[in-house]
Ligand binder design. Structure first.
Ligand SMILES: NCc1[nH]cc(CCC(=O)O)c1CC(=O)O
Length: 301
């Protein structure tokens, strides 16, 4: 809702005579809270209902966290704008400890993200990772109740909701490489409407540097099937007209990783994404993916 309000405010400034209303919606991703997203089957868990609303003419655009948007949208939909990125990093949140390194052996860390789980297990094998789902308030509530010694959240969500003081430490991307698209919002529309050029309407909201970075990141994710079922990270940074992209795939237990990085012209983000994905494939990414599947099957059994 914060994100929708943010877009509405920007559009109101651009188009003061336009009446912009928010149609609040709940998605399957919001409703199913007893399972990790990696275990809830299907793609687009946070976007499908919004697409249905657009297809039925009840909404003209949908505001998403880009991290939750599938790499391939259903036929007839497209992303019209990517907004300037908020902090892309993961945040360490705790009432008692200052950082992951501070936690005693056996301390319980909350996250339902396979990526965060793998990264923590690799660096801090003495910690215990337990699932944590729900919106931000729910997750913070569970921490405050004492269910966890610490939890890991996206810094972007905490900052947007005015809770930056809950961040005890931001995780350095070198230790905890962000998910593709983390911290960025995207606006989705129906393609090819004849009555109004929505792309042109929304173009002023597009942030070109962010759009390029996330295009490279999402390309890596796409090559690996673009799902929440494997620990995958991809993070691009821009310096002038050059882009550097780093990515990793690993196993949920944190025992195996493939990592890769490359730089290239910022105006060819897909090529850079493919290049980094190829570098990952050149390592034992294939084996790692097979092992992810084995670990998921074992966890389900
Ligand atoms: N469905 C999970 C999700 N999707 C986007 C964000 C955070 C906000 C962002 O990345 O823009 C989160 C929560 C989290 O990672 O803690």
């Amino acid at each position: 809702m914060w994100q929708a309000e943010h877009v509405r405010a920007q559009l109101s400034l651009l188009y003061p005579t336009c009446d912009i209303r928010i149609l609040g919606m709940t998605t399957r991703g919001d409703q199913i809270l007893d399972r990790a997203l990696s275990k809830v089957g299907g793609k687009g868990l946070f976007v499908k209902e919004l697409e249905v609303a657009m297809a039925e003419g009840r909404a003209d655009l949908a505001v998403h966290s880009l991290k939750d948007v599938p790499m391939d949208l259903p036929e007839g939909f497209e992303l019209a704008a990517v907004l300037e990125r908020e902090d892309p990093r993961d945040a360490f949140v705790s009432n008692d400890y200052a950082s992951l390194a501070d936690l005693p052996a056996g301390a319980v860390v909350g996250t339902s993200s396979l990526r965060r789980q793998a990264l923590i297990a690799a660096r801090y094998p003495q910690l215990v990772i337990k699932p944590l789902r729900g919106n931000l308030d729910t997750r913070l509530g569970k921490l405050d109740r004492g269910d966890y010694a610490a939890i890991i959240l996206a810094a972007a969500g905490l900052k947007r909701l005015g809770l930056p003081e809950r961040i005890r430490a931001v995780l350095d991307p070198a230790d905890s490489l962000p998910a593709a698209g983390q911290g960025a919002m995207a606006i989705e529309i129906l393609s090819g409407r004849s009555d109004v050029d929505m792309r042109a309407v929304l173009a002023p909201l597009n942030h070109e540097a962010t759009a390029r970075a996330v295009t490279a990141e999402r390309k890596v994710s796409k090559v690996f099937g673009g799902s929440c079922q494997i620990p995958l990270a991809a993070f691009a940074t821009l310096t002038g007209d050059q882009m550097t992209l780093r990515a990793m795939v690993g196993t949920p237990d944190g025992k195996r990783f493939a990592t890769a990085a490359a730089s290239g012209p910022a105006d060819a983000p897909e090529r850079l994404g493919q290049q980094v994905a190829d570098l990952l494939q050149g390592q034992d990414a294939h084996d790692i993916l097979a092992e992810c599947k084995a670990q998921a099957d074992a966890a389900d059994a």
